[in-house]
Ligand binder design. Sequence first.
Ligand code: MG
Length: 235
Amino acid sequence: MRYDWATATHVGRVRSGNEDAVFPHGAGAGEGSMLIGVADGMGGHVGGEVASRLAVEAASDVDGGVVERVKAANGAVVARALEDPNLVGMGTTLTIAEIADEALQIGHVGDSRAYLYRDGELRQITTDHSLIAELLAAGKITEEDVATHPQRSVVTRALGMARAVRVDHFTEELRPGDRLLLCSDGLTTMIDDAAIAGILAAEEEPEAAAWALVEAANSAGGVDNITVAVVDAAE
Ligand code: MG
């Protein structure tokens, strides 16, 4: 299988720094296998930037499956926080995708997301590790409450919190024509799934799609950093 990919990250319209991280940067094409990931740091200005960058670097540096990669990223963030008192309390989400021909593996912790866009339909693969998602699943709030809930940004699982972390693992079969989307919550808190699907349908090139998503999030307010990765699978 052949892949065309692009990533985009933007500070947004409100924050002064970008605490998201993504790998790889830019756009390209490849064949056989590829690794791509999005992280959203937290824990103060410096800490958030360090945590997300460390996570994507560690995840791409180690050998192993996606779960081992996410665990290695957690280890790197925890170890760094122990070395530097200024970084205590930092953490990050991490959602990575490893593609090897038609096999797609996702490793995931936090409230960044992976979606699969296939035959005009957008499906969220990952589950958010957030208070909002837990309240929704428990039936304690409705979809209408999500946008205004005071604790909508509270993450219930993140890297950097403890030496051990539970990593979600998803496996999908990729088909030619599929489009994979990874994104930070700066996209999904600004525009809904229908708007995302509309942009993925309208923009043929991954790079145009990635930047159109960033632009849509900024047009809707851009209150958080926005990071997007788009991978198109072809015969
Ligand atoms: Mg965010």
